[in-house]
Ligand binder design. Structure first.
Ligand SMILES: [Zn+2]
Ligand SMILES: [Zn+2]
Length: 767
């Protein structure tokens, strides 16, 4: 976690010390989309007016023989390059910066902190539609709301003008809508003009003034109409009120508050109230949620409370929709922006607060390309903008807990479930020596039976897709393995395929053992497909819903499923961690966890933390509302200390000793790690490259511990050999100095052409 912001090194004071030789051109420092860890100097386009140049503008420049789109990072009086070597930029596509000074600063900080090429960071934080060479020029972004005359309309007033009625209803529900949104709903601009002429609708002021379009009351108020906009808020309990007061008191500057509360303790209600106050003070709020957490339920809750001023950014949006959302954030018509990781880089000129929900979630870390943590950068952004940030979780990360202990974050706890809900009861099922059917022991299936007979719903959790994780020969011991990865192939029975879950490899299931020709091939272990099959056989009349990446590919599959489960009929949900997050299944009273043992014995030091978080999160799906829940955990290691602590004292009893162990072993959050990773077809070349880096670092930065090169968690993926060098130091600064040296060395290596390399600061997986 970051809390110190170093000086912006790209704008060194020395640059301005030399007066420009008149009438020389200023020099543009441009970040270009290329793997360069520095900016390039250019002269402005020949026709550019020097007064109109500004940092944050897009600029088209020559790079080798190509024309590329870069971003002006700074404007300097002179360049260190000889004048003859300076090339001239081609054009400025826009009249104004696309990145505010604030966002530019955040991006440059991120590039420096994560040792990423600034051009790749800057260009990748822009919406895709702005990464091309077209102007970003604002088309009409006019927004409309109900006008003064709309309140006096009776229900039948527009009975003969269905399009006008539809327009008013839409605005009544959403609060505001843009021309494009109205068109998308089949409402033409002629209709809007006609409505505007009779003051039934009016445009929002476009002078940038905060238009907190409070949702209008339902227009044609008939009995049973929804409470879109201004939904009544439930009363807060004492802990929620105390948390809200603490957040409220922190509203005038930077503060980071960790809001810890078990599932059902009412964290979301605290966020909503807090955001309400942020909006009332005329500012915008940014809400980051995990990838799976952005459910229709979440959206609905925010939209019900805040109406049309909520804008959602999710992976289902097309490029044009993303651009529209980006513009709404930039022009201030989006007052609340909810999105996943990349929404962090949205322009929010009146940012007043940031909320990161489920802050422990691994999806806030990007694992490919520009490897950054959106949670950590959100803290930096809050600090740069001097606004408060709330990190919420039922199972806070060890980093955030350590930051609370060190006094950098403030710890707020919601100890109980809000309303009448009671916490679930957890129990271990010892499966040693027991027959497993579809991965389940007899006691578990019996218990599922009684729950269903009582008309309840059951959730079965198994973090493994497919039928069986292993296909093996009973005669010679052969196992089906991926040709290109160091991994076993998973049997998917319905598709009659063996699939690698690490690369795209899929192959038919052999009829006989390819090694000894025996026909006795055994599918060992159970995945969700097999568990589903077994449950269907045992409970033929009960609907079974499987939730994993194989079944949830359709865009609205989850939404339909949540609706079906929401009806409350007896049913069984079988799924992977996709069902552990975000979704609420209030009628589920029994949660069965089939296999957590893998996480207890992993070589990855973070596995215990993740296993504990997963167990608590899955358990949190049960017994909401007024139905008490029960959680059964199957294990071959019923005496394992981690399991004992989790079941005996919950997450707090579990994570305390875990932090002590990390401190004793010199691991994060008590030390800082970085990975220099490399991968290539040649294992020897990859190894040599990293050995060279290690030796150079040991000479020049002896205080930084350089461990390896070691094989990555998955040593071979898609035919690439993957190795890594692990760097460790108790403090950040020496680690970053060593990483600078490593990047300089690697950039100068021709071998980088054969072997790809990357740097991962604060790695989250397989360190
Ligand atoms: Zn065999
Ligand atoms: Zn593979």
């Amino acid at each position: 976690m970051l809390w110190k912001i170093p000086r912006d090194g790209l704008d060194a004071p020395g640059v301005r010390a030399y007066p420009p030789r008149m009438p020389a051109d200023p020099v543009l420092r441009v970040a270009v989309p290329a793997p360069l860890r520095h900016t390039l100097d250019y002269l402005p386009p020949a026709d550019a007016d020097a007064a109109s140049l500004a940092a944050g503008m897009r600029v088209v420049v020559p790079l080798g023989a190509r024309r590329v789109l870069g971003v002006i990072v700074a404007i300097a009086a002179r360049s260190a390059l000889e004048p003859a070597k300076l090339r001239r930029a081609f054009a400025l596509p826009d009249r104004e910066p696309v990145l505010s000074a604030e966002l530019l600063r955040l991006c440059l900080f991120a590039a420096r902190y994560y040792h990423a090429p600034p051009g790749e960071v800057l260009v990748n934080t822009l919406p895709v539609a702005l990464r091309t060479l077209r102007p970003a020029g604002a088309r009409s972004t006019r927004r409309w709301r109900l006008g003064a005359a709309a309140g006096g309309l009776g229900p039948q007033a527009l009975a003969n003008a269905p399009r006008r009625a539809a327009a008013l209803e839409l605005l009544g529900q959403r609060g505001t809508a843009s021309d494009a949104e109205l068109r998308a709903a089949g409402i033409t601009s002629a209709t809007v003009r006609a409505l505007a002429a009779s003051a039934l609708v009016e445009p929002l002021p476009d002078d940038g003034s905060p238009c907190v379009a409070l949702p209008a009351p339902p227009l044609f108020g008939s009995a049973g109409s929804t409470t879109q906009g201004g939904a009544t808020a439930p009363a807060l309990n004492a802990a929620q009120q105390a948390a809200l007061d603490a957040l409220d008191a922190a509203r005038d500057g930077y503060a980071c508050l960790l809001l810890e509360g078990v599932t059902g303790s009412g964290k979301t209600e605290v966020y909503l109230r807090f955001i309400e106050r942020v909006l009332q003070s005329g500012r915008q709020a940014l809400v980051l949620v995990p990838e799976i957490g952005l459910t229709p339920q979440t959206r609905q809750r925010f939209e019900e409370r805040f109406g049309g001023v909520v804008t959602v950014l999710h992976s289902g949006l097309g490029d044009r929709e993303r651009l529209a959302a980006w513009r709404r954030s930039a022009d201030g018509s989006a007052r609340v922006l909810i999105g996943t990781r990349s929404a962090l880089f949205s322009p929010l000129p009146e940012l007043g607060a940031i909320v990161v929900d489920e802050e422990h979630d691994a999806s806030f870390k990007q694992h490919e390309g520009f490897r950054y943590s959106a949670r950590d950068l959100a803290v930096v952004r809050a600090q740069q903008c001097q606004v408060p940030i709330v990190l919420g979780s039922a199972t806070p990360s060890t980093e955030s807990l350590a930051n609370c202990a060190a006094g950098r974050f403030r710890h707020l706890v919601l100890p109980e479930r809000a309303g009448e809900a009671r916490p679930p009861v957890m129990r271990l099922l010892d499966v040693r020596g027991q027959p497993l059917d579809g991965g389940m022991c007899p006691e578990l299936t019996a218990r599922i039976g009684t729950e269903l007979a009582a008309g309840k719903q059951v959730l079965v959790f198994l973090n493994r897709r497919g039928w069986a994780p292993l296909l093996s020969c009973a005669d010679c011991g052969w196992m089906a393995e991926c040709r290109d990865c160091d991994a076993r192939l998973t049997l998917h029975r319905a598709e009659r395929l063996l699939c690698c879950h690490h690369c795209e490899r899929r192959q038919p299931v052999p009829a006989t053992c390819p090694h000894c020709r025996s026909a006795r091939l055994l599918a060992l272990g159970a995945g969700t497909e097999r568990a589903e099959h077994t449950l269907q056989r045992l409970f033929p009349s009960v609907p079974i819903l499987r939730i994993d990446r194989s079944t949830m590919q359709a865009r609205d599959a989850m939404e339909r499923l949540v609706q079906e489960v929401g009806r409350g009929d007896p049913s069984i949900l079988v799924g992977t961690q996709m069902l552990a997050k975000g979704h609420h299944f209030p009628r589920v009273t029994l949660v069965a966890i089939l296999d957590l043992d893998g996480g207890l014995f992993s070589a990855d030091f973070r596995a215990a933390e993740r296993t504990g978080q997963l167990l608590v999160q899955v358990a949190g799906r049960a017994g909401r509302a007024d139905l008490p829940g029960e959680v059964l955990v199957q294990t071959f290691h019923p005496g394992h200390p981690w399991l004992m602590r989790l079941l005996g004292g919950g997450y707090a009893a579990f994570v305390g000793p875990l932090l002590q162990e990390r401190r004793a072993r010199g691991l994060p959050p008590y030390a800082h790690l970085a990975v220099v990773g490399a991968e290539g077809r040649s294992e020897a070349a990859t190894l040599r490259l990293l050995q060279e880096v290690r030796d150079a670092l040991r000479r020049a930065h002896p205080a930084v511990e350089a461990i390896g090169p070691l094989p990555a968690t998955l040593p071979r993926r898609a035919g690439q050999h993957r190795l890594q060098l692990l760097l460790r130091h108790p403090h950040r600064a020496p680690l970053h100095a060593a990483l600078d040296a490593a990047c300089t060395l690697l950039e100068s290596q021709r071998a980088a052409g054969i072997t790809r390399w990357h740097v991962d600061v604060d790695p989250q997986d397989g360190a």
